[in-house]
Design a protein around this ligand. Structure first.
Ligand SMILES: Cc1cc2nc3c(=O)[nH]c(=O)nc-3n(C[C@H](O)[C@H](O)[C@H](O)COP(=O)(O)OP(=O)(O)OC[C@H]3O[C@@H](n4cnc5c(N)ncnc54)[C@H](O)[C@@H]3O)c2cc1C
Length: 333
């Protein structure tokens, strides 16, 4: 009998990646949906690492009822070879109904390998998960963008277990749930003595790298702002904001891809998202529509971005932004 919702806890240098905490919290949402159908599933965090004790509390804080821990020197850094083996062995031993993994660069490497070895289905890069309402069904309805983001497809995995999905960072919120009644299980397995992949050394990126996915305020610019990037940067500095971009702007070469928001860029969830000269194509909005407050500046009153904006300003961004900057400077004076 397969049961429980497993979440793989992704670690880098023994720090839990936010996406795993977001998934633990979302798994609690699924747990409530199961409960309403009298199905009792636990939220189980799967830890594969080395000397990981310090992170257990954080997992319980964000919603784990139980942890299964495979602690081994071979797992000190995520390893395509050994981490895959550890997760597969845990799944074969504990038989979860579902296994959720963050769609990070590492998660996208590990999850398909795990799914292939378990001969089960994987929905990659999902943006929504719900429990099927049919009585007694444990099926998950997992939604992901398809056909270049023009359609959303809901995928089910009726015949095999676990049902696997990778979920994009920042699609769900992490919530403090502070589980007090929890369980810890230590799991040992054997590893290949030969390392097929060897990590020689890790070097931090030398360029100033930004992470817009953690920003509280994002000033995002579209294609039409390509010649006005100084203005965008100045206003962003005054606002204490990071600069985001549409793919249209990235394609002009005025800004690097790490600033891109959307389906093939980053998913962001800031308090304030200011979209300047961005049309609001579905591939862009898929990455920012969960911002608390969306302010759109566009000279076309019919631009689709206004359909999701909380505040819409119809006008030329090149005229409006300097005024905004002036007002901000006045506030500071
Ligand atoms: C498979 C696939 C994946 C994609 N992934 C992404 C993605 O991750 N992120 C993304 O952004 N896009 C993505 N796209 C592209 C997306 O479909 C759009 O083409 C893109 O978002 C358009 O960028 P834009 O709004 O900056 O440019 P445009 O479509 O050129 O729109 C410019 C907007 O600026 C307005 N404007 C012009 N001048 C001014 C001015 N002076 N002041 C105010 N407003 C002005 C115009 O009215 C218009 O609304 C993807 C497309 C595909 C097919």
């Amino acid at each position: 009998m397969h049961k429980d919702i497993f979440v793989w806890i992704e670690l880098r240098h023994n720090k839990i990646q936010d996406v795993s905490l977001q998934l633990l919290s979302e798994a609690n949402h699924l747990q409530t949906q199961y409960k309403s159908k009298n199905i009792e599933f636990k939220v189980v965090g799967v830890i594969t690492g080395y000397q990981t004790k310090a992170i257990y509390d954080e997992c319980f804080k964000y919603g784990a009822d139980k942890l299964i821990i495979c602690d081994n020197a071979k797992l000190q850094e995520v390893s395509t070879q050994h981490t895959t083996k550890a997760i597969v062995d845990i799944v074969n031993e504990f038989k979860p109904d579902s296994l959720l993994i963050g769609a990070s660069v590492i998660g996208r490497d590990i999850a398909p390998r795990v799914a292939a070895r378990l001969n089960t289905g994987l929905t990659a890069d999902a943006t929504q998960i719900e429990v099927d309402e049919t009585p007694n069904s444990t099926l998950l309805l997992v939604t992901r963008p398809a056909f270049g983001g023009n359609l959303f497809g809901t995928i089910v995995c009726p015949n095999t277990r676990p049902q696997m999905a990778t979920i994009r960072p920042n699609v769900f919120e992490k919530r403090e749930l502070n589980k007090t009644n929890y369980e810890i299980i230590h799991f040992n397995t054997t590893f290949d003595s030969v390392d097929l992949v060897k990590l020689i050394k890790q070097e931090p990126k030398l360029s100033h790298s930004i992470d817009i996915s953690k920003a509280r305020i994002i000033l995002s610019a579209g294609r039409s702002m390509a010649k006005h990037m100084d203005l965008i940067q100045q206003v962003a500095n005054e606002l204490g904001a990071e600069v985001g971009a549409s793919r249209g702007l990235v394609e002009t070469g005025s800004i690097s891809k790490e600033h891109q928001v959307g389906q093939t860029g980053k998913t962001v969830r800031p308090l304030v998202y200011i979209a300047c000269g961005i049309s609001g194509a579905v591939q862009h909005t898929a990455g920012m529509d969960k911002a608390e407050c969306i302010i759109a500046i566009n000279n076309d009153p019919n631009a689709s971005i206004f359909q999701i904006a909380h505040i819409g300003i119809v006008g030329d961004a090149v005229e409006i932004l300097p005024k905004l900057k002036e007002e901000l400077l006045k506030l500071k004076a």
